[in-house]
Design a protein around this ligand. Sequence first.
Ligand code: ATP
Ligand code: MG
Length: 394
Amino acid sequence: MKETAVVHYDDIALKGANRGLFEQILVRNIAHKIQRGKLPLFVEKRWGRITITNNTGSLWVEEYGNILKEILAHTPGIAVFGVGVMVDPDRKEIEKGVIKVVESFSEHFETFRITTTRVDKTYPSTSQEIDRDLGALVLQRFGDTKRVKLKNPGVTIRVEILKKTAYVYIKEAGISGLPVGSSGRAVALLSGGFDSPVAAYMCATRGVEPLLMHFHAYPQTSRAAIEKVEEIAGVLGTVCGQLTLVLVPLLDAQKEIVLTAPEKLRVVLYRRLMMRVAEEWGRQHDAKAIITGESVGQVASQTLENIAAVENAVATLPVLRPLSGMHKREIINRACEIGTHDISLLPYDDTCTVFMPKRPETKARIRDVLEAEKRYDSGKLVAHMLETLEVHKL
Ligand code: ATP
Ligand code: MG
């Protein structure tokens, strides 16, 4: 018997010929997080699933099981996983495995069900028979604290019987989706607000590696405002694994715009510069898109007219707005689940409210915006930002 975690994936399986590559990326992402967590564990692909074991054979579940569960629960691409044991596929060994798993996780549940799958169909009992027998065994050993509940059990103990091995573990749900990196990269424009972290997260669960880019107005705004964004990036890092955060100083450009352009258009003009920097830097770093947290009509400035005026600044990369049709409450709920909500709530100054116009334009016309941009040298401002930005690997 060997302590083991088992990982199953869903969307990946749909990818046909690409399957091998997707599995490889998922293995790499899990291995990376395990390494960062300094767990002495080993990840490998085995018979259509991924297993995580300890090469030395020493016991580890007690010590690292919970840390590993946290990692697996937050890794896109994992549909179902569990921490348990690997045994020989014979009945006595499987029974020992079930007892070991129940003992290890005993304080976490009262009700349970057993769900067996036989990958090896020549195995000499049906899945239902095995479920029933193993259920009876658990009751016999732990009947004073545990009971069977087939619908909505506290835990499902999963037994998988393959030709040469069997796994027994407590089933947990992952966040599904695609492994980060399998769809390529995109620059994700990250403010300190609620929306953009959710947008970056949603794209990450569709396999996009977000290159986070934040524009700050330091020292006009505080150092704490940047630290807040770094903290948000840290939370996204627990999902994405290794992450890039680019900090871009916008203040000089903002000053230039304030001096030369119509007050009403300031915010749209800042955004257009952000888009240009994102596009330029993104192309140099192999990004295929730009992600923003805009949602149509959420605030007076996010009208279709303004969205068009901002997007007009981007020459080639597509702009993804995963929140465009979402209700604010839905976005806030997602932010709570992801763990960024309470950080976004911190009341530090927003870059775009520096030199905020009294009445920002709500229906910017591209013609006016282009006219305003003639009064300063956007190319020079973008070049200056590209020269002075800082890249952090998290
Ligand atoms: P958020 O909650 O993400 O701040 P919001 O509803 O406040 O969004 P805006 O402030 O209008 O909306 O910003 C729209 C989008 O522009 C943001 O979701 C983000 O993608 C991008 N953005 C805004 N400010 C910044 C910034 N300082 N740095 C990087 N991106 C930004
Ligand atoms: Mg904002």
